[in-house]
Design a protein around this ligand. Structure first.
Ligand code: ADP
Length: 190
């Protein structure tokens, strides 16, 4: 299986690049952000998740891990999975390792999109015009998402680096250029 953790700060381009990766390598794409946004908004789970996400905070690990495992189980015959927005904490990364080991597989590589903070803010403010997302609408919330990324999520790259699985990709350039860099990186591991 080709199990790719697509990693990077908010606004790095994970969703955009995931769509291309999915087509090219015939993978399932699991975005925990999309899963949370797709919950029935009247459900208790949706209300709980959005009480965190609307402020730019992480949804607690126990909930997120359970949701993720449920999503993976919806793709029993997948050739592989793109994990987009998960794991976002070291505890989630440990849980994913255990979960995949129980299925006789593992994370193949983490592909980390590297984008400077100023560029991220510009992209997120532009996205706010079209996304309708509560967490894009306010510069203070965007800043909180970036801070949360730096504090809680960035260490996840070290987790995979220690396993020799981290690939860093320059996430600045045209969408096509970045896609080509990612394809190049994946083709060189296969
Ligand atoms: P972004 O575009 O900021 O990368 P996502 O669409 O991936 O955001 O996620 C939106 C929000 O959903 C996050 O800010 C967070 O509140 C919640 N979320 C998504 N994935 C996770 C996760 N793995 N752990 C905790 N919270 C998550």
């Amino acid at each position: 299986m080709l199990n790719i953790v697509l990693f990077g700060p908010p606004g790095a381009g994970k969703g955009t690049q995931s769509e291309r990766l999915k087509e090219k390598y015939d993978l399932a794409h699991i975005s925990t952000g999309d899963v949370f946004r797709g919950l029935d908004p009247t459900s208790e789970l949706a209300k709980l998740a959005s009480s965190y996400s609307a402020k730019g905070n992480l949804v607690p690990d126990a909930i997120t891990i359970q949701i993720l495992e449920g999503e993976v189980s919806k793709h029993p015959n997948a050739l592989g999975v793109i994990y987009d927005g998960f794991p976002r904490t070291t505890a989630q990364a440990e849980a994913l390792d255990k979960f995949l080991a129980s299925k006789g597989t593992e994370v193949t590589r983490m592909i980390s999109l590297v984008v400077p903070e100023d560029e991220l803010k510009t992209r997120l403010i532009a996205r706010a015009e079209v996304s309708g997302r509560a967490d894009d609408a306010d510069p203070a919330i965007i800043q909180n998402r970036i801070n949360t990324y730096q504090q809680s999520t960035a260490p996840v790259a070290d987790f995979y680096k220690e396993q020799g699985k981290l690939i860093e990709i320059d996430g600045v350039g045209s969408i096509d250029e970045i896609t080509a860099r990612i394809f190049g990186a994946i083709d060189s591991i296969k």
